[in-house]
Design a protein around this ligand. Structure first.
Ligand SMILES: Cc1cc2nc3c(=O)[nH]c(=O)nc-3n(C[C@H](O)[C@H](O)[C@H](O)COP(=O)(O)OP(=O)(O)OC[C@H]3O[C@@H](n4cnc5c(N)ncnc54)[C@H](O)[C@@H]3O)c2cc1C
Length: 342
């Protein structure tokens, strides 16, 4: 076992809520290390919708998933958090009161006074559609998220699904792709009605295609797709050109090791009280999508609020002898000094 890395707080998950928690903790002189399974920060925002606009971050009329991630990284810079990316937290043990030992799958060991679980839906994995041989094209022609829209320029793109992701990417990619074909198993969509209307207008004006049925076979070689066979609900079979395929069949939220950490769980979520978002184990907090409480909404802004309240209580564990005086960043010269703006 490697020598333990000591820190005040260990944050599990570097999604938006984990990142903002660094800021709230930093204002209170609490140092944090963050661990994430992904090889980059930003959680769902960076992994699932980096180029999609978000409209409900307070005071920010519009920012993309990647843009928000970058702004959060800029905002927490003064607190120099340490990131351990590409590692999964496997073990969480109680070693003090409070005091915890955390071990990753890479064998790294941390000892800390407080643990903040900001693990979102756990390790999220896209559901693979039941198309024979699809694995051979994954990462080259078949993608479960759009990282770079440019990859799809002048390509025949087949998008499969009927939810928001399928409809949003249909609308976003059709001006750029050579042709977009949307395939859904029924002529009824779960996506936002406005998106469905826009898609139907594009189909009516001949700018894209809609097929009701399922992709039953793929053609191509060396990982490069060339065509997809679509079996209609009337059993009619059609082959359409397909160089890129985007199946959106939802995500499997694999809670993963969180379930083995001795914390009470409720439907694969971590129940918390709402004055500090602490779990059933004192010193372990849960913020963002991973937690549950009456009235919980899985919104980024809710996770930010949870991080602010968590930090106030974490301060008591990290500095039991110090009284915490509430201060505004606008008027406190000591907070401004920490932020490097004064
Ligand atoms: C398409 C889409 C659009 C959305 N649009 C909006 C919107 O407009 N507005 C809004 O407010 N919200 C939106 N959301 C929801 C928003 O993205 C989530 O609420 C937010 O990402 C939750 O942040 P989080 O930090 O709690 O978790 P996540 O973003 O899920 O990040 C959790 C991180 O924890 C890591 N992790 C999990 N388990 C472990 C482990 N054992 N060890 C190490 N790391 C671990 C994961 O790899 C992940 O990176 C949208 C979501 C999607 C999918």
């Amino acid at each position: 076992m490697s020598e333990a890395i000591k820190t005040d707080v260990l944050i599990i998950g570097a999604g938006p809520c984990g990142l903002f928690a660094v800021f709230e903790l930093g204002l209170l002189d609490i140092k944090a290390h963050l661990i994430d399974i992904l090889d980059k920060v930003g959680g769902q925002c960076a992994e699932l919708y980096p180029e999609k606009p978000i409209y409900d971050i307070p005071g920010v009329p519009m920012v993309t998933g990647q843009g928000l991630t970058e702004q959060l990284m800029e905002q927490i810079k003064p607190f120099s958090p340490t990131f351990h990316l590409g590692e999964m937290v496997e073990k969480l043990e109680k070693i003090g009161d409070p005091g915890f030992r955390v071990t990753t799958d890479a064998g790294k060991v941390f000892e800390c006074k407080v643990v903040v679980i900001a693990a979102g839906g756990g390790s999220f994995q896209p559901k693979r559609p039941p198309v024979p041989g699809i694995e051979a094209y994954e990462g080259t022609s078949v993608f479960y998220a759009v990282r770079k829209m440019e990859q799809f320029r002048d390509k025949h793109v087949v998008i499969v699904g009927g939810g928001d992701s399928a409809l949003d990417w249909t609308l976003n990619l059709h001006p750029l792709a050579k042709r977009v074909t949307l395939v859904h198993r029924r002529d009824d969509f779960r996506a936002a009605p406005h998106s469905v209307e826009q898609m139907r207008a594009l189909v009516a004006s001949g700018k894209m295609d809609l097929r009701i049925g399922q992709v039953s076979a793929l053609e191509g070689s060396n990982g490069q797709l060339s065509a997809a066979t679509i079996k209609g609900n009337d059993n009619a079979v059609e082959t359409v050109p397909c160089e890129m395929m985007l199946p959106f069949f939802g995500l499997t939220m694999k809670l993963g090791p969180v379930a083995e950490w001795g914390i009470a769980l409720e439907h694969n979520l971590v129940p918390v009280e709402t004055s500090a978002f602490e779990t059933s184990v004192p010193g372990i907090f849960a913020i963002g999508d991973i937690n549950t409480y009456p009235g919980k909404i899985k919104l980024i802004l809710c996770g930010f609020h949870e991080g602010a309240l968590m930090a106030q209580k974490a301060h008591r564990y990290v500095y039991p002898e110090k009284r915490l005086v509430f201060q505004y960043t606008t008027s406190s010269s000591s907070l401004q000094k920490k932020l490097g703006v004064n």
